[in-house]
Design a protein around this ligand. Structure first.
Ligand code: PEP
Ligand code: MN
Length: 355
């Protein structure tokens, strides 16, 4: 579906939109203290979870409605715009009643088309920006589907929030970023703002800066980071929240690269031309390799030999990984590349066998 979005955040090219605030609203004092500290840091939007989707029951599930009164106070006292997570119709109606400026749909809601549609129905005829987090599983279409449901009821101010993807087992990240997914989203919808939620990607403080920087390097449009006056005592996500001064430091240290000058553009164009040529050569070589694979397939067919010979395949993989290393290519890359090539060879040989 073709979609044209309007910007939620009016920013210059060199200014990422900054969304910050606590994971959860806990008390009026905590919410207001965070908001006043962040007001001085020129943020674009104050976040705070009022209804918290928690993985396990019997943990803090949000303060509910009283939190909306505190958010309204944030607006009155600081002039900051506020955003909160909505997961059902009731949340939408309550948020609208209390003047929440922007809504966001959480990762656990984006996975469920019924829930997203319910939220969309509740927003019929309402002009409010909506930010949509990626689903917890790495499914780009599910993410786009949620965006379409909100778009279809007439909302144009939509942004996507990249918060990483759930995986089994220990990982460096709480939610692995799989950057190629938001990059593909941006490729398909160039005018859709994409915000990086480094807090939920990292799950820990020590790598928040590098993930935020990576998002800036990839031309993301903004950042959503959890900030708490006393992170270690936070009622949710204590390990990943920053104090206001540490958050200021993170933003101050971000390197935002300027748009390229004409000379730089020219040199880039030249280099890109070289890349295009190499890519063409790669395609020629791959096509040649598949031609040989097909000939082998034909020979195997005539001599009644099965397609897959695991020992031979293992040898190819080993040899290529070693050779690749000598050429500055990582083992991981070579293994992935050769697996894909091998799979395509098998597919092509299958076609020959079955013809
Ligand atoms: C949050 O932003 O506090 C939150 C619950 O995020 P997510 O939906 O990304 O898990
Ligand atoms: Mn959180």
């Amino acid at each position: 579906m073709d979609m044209q979005f309007e910007k939620i955040f009016k920013r210059g090219d060199r200014n990422p939109a900054i969304i910050a605030g606590p994971c959860s609203a806990e008390t009026e004092e905590q919410v207001l203290a965070t908001a006043h500290a962040l007001k001085g840091q020129n943020i674009d939007l104050f976040r705070s979870g009022i209804w918290k989707p928690r993985t396990r029951p019997n943990t803090f599930e949000g303060v509910g409605k009283p939190g909306l009164v505190w958010l309204r106070k944030v607006k009155e006292e600081t002039g900051l715009k506020v955003t909160t997570e909505v997961a059902n119709k009731e949340h939408v109606y309550e948020s609208l009643k209390y003047g929440v400026d922007v809504l966001w749909i959480g990762a656990r809601t984006t996975v469920n088309p019924f829930a997203v549609q319910d939220i969309a129905d509740a927003l019929e005829g309402v002009d409010i920006p909506v930010m949509i987090k990626n689903p917890i599983n790495p499914d780009l279409n599910l993410w786009i589907g949620a965006i379409e449901r909100i778009y279809n009821i007439g909302i144009r101010k939509i942004a996507a929030i990249h918060r990483g993807f759930s995986s089994f087992g220990d990982s460096h990240y709480r939610n692995i970023p799989l950057w190629q997914i938001p990059i593909e989203l941006k490729r398909r919808f160039p005018d859709l703002e994409i915000i990086c939620d480094n807090s939920h990607i990292c799950g820990r403080r020590d790598i928040l800066q590098e993930v935020a920087q990576q998002a800036m390097n990839l031309s993301f449009d903004g950042l959503m980071t959890e900030v708490h006056p006393n992170p270690d005592e936070a009622w949710s996500d204590a390990k990943q929240q920053l104090t206001p001064p540490n958050f200021k430091k993170l933003v101050d240290e971000l390197i935002i690269r300027e748009g390229a000058s004409v000379e730089v553009q020219d040199s880039l164009a030249e280099l890109r031309l070289q890349i295009d040529q190499v890519d063409n050569d790669l395609l020629d070589i791959l096509s040649k390799r598949m031609g040989v694979a097909k000939a082998i397939g034909q020979y195997k067919k005539e001599n009644n030999v099965p397609i897959l010979q695991p020992a031979r395949w293992s040898k190819i993989l080993d040899k290529s990984a070693k050779k690749g290393e000598g050429k500055g290519l990582s083992e991981d890359f070579i293994v992935q590349l050769f697996r894909a090539i091998h799979q395509e060879s098998i597919n092509q040989q299958n076609e020959v066998m079955n013809s």
